[in-house]
Ligand binder design. Sequence first.
Ligand code: HEC
Length: 198
Amino acid sequence: MKQMISYLTVLLTLCACTAAYNPLEAYEQLTPATRLDTPEALANPDFAPADIARGKYMVGLLGCGSCHTNGALVGIPNSAQLLAGSDTGIAYTNPFVVSNPGVVYPANLTPDMQTGLGSWSVQDIVTMLQTGVDKHSGQTLPVMPWPSYANIEAADALAIASYLKSLPAVQHKVPANVRPGQRASSPFVHFGVYQSKD
Ligand code: HEC
């Protein structure tokens, strides 16, 4: 009888184990459960659709298009040139530091090879957002509010870069930056530091 009880105990323990066993528990889920099959993602299968969707959401919230979309700086954004750079520049002055304005033209962020970010890797874009250092000139970007983006989490920066890479490439060369004191031949808005007179 005693032996039977111990057999039963073993059997019951085994049954309990079998019932609780879940083969999926040993696996980590690597892909998000919800797939967002955006048209951009379908056209660019290399990037995770969920990343592209999140990047689009973040680029919208962070207002990148308010400078980088042609026309946006003067209140008439051209939707056919979404994030493809601005022909209107931004002049910046700070008479406490430098008296003449320099003018910068928000870059083409679409993946066009010649005029956009086509030759930038995703990591290049992530690094730029986190450090504010431009890949072309190696200088810290003026005007762009990158210090506000610098603490961005790596996953969010990656999502932004994936979204930018997924955009249709638009060929659009923005005017060259104008150094302080030189004449600008393209229009610009003025972003300066002023002080009222007494
Ligand atoms: C207030 C305007 C403004 C906003 C907002 C802005 N940028 Fe910029 N950005 C600029 C300007 C101006 C330049 C070019 C500066 C220069 O050439 O020195 C630039 C340059 C860049 C560059 C370098 C491209 C190149 O070819 O050198 C990248 C990448 C970039 N911006 C991405 C972004 C992203 C992503 C966002 C949103 C998260 C953003 N920017 C928001 C103004 C802005």
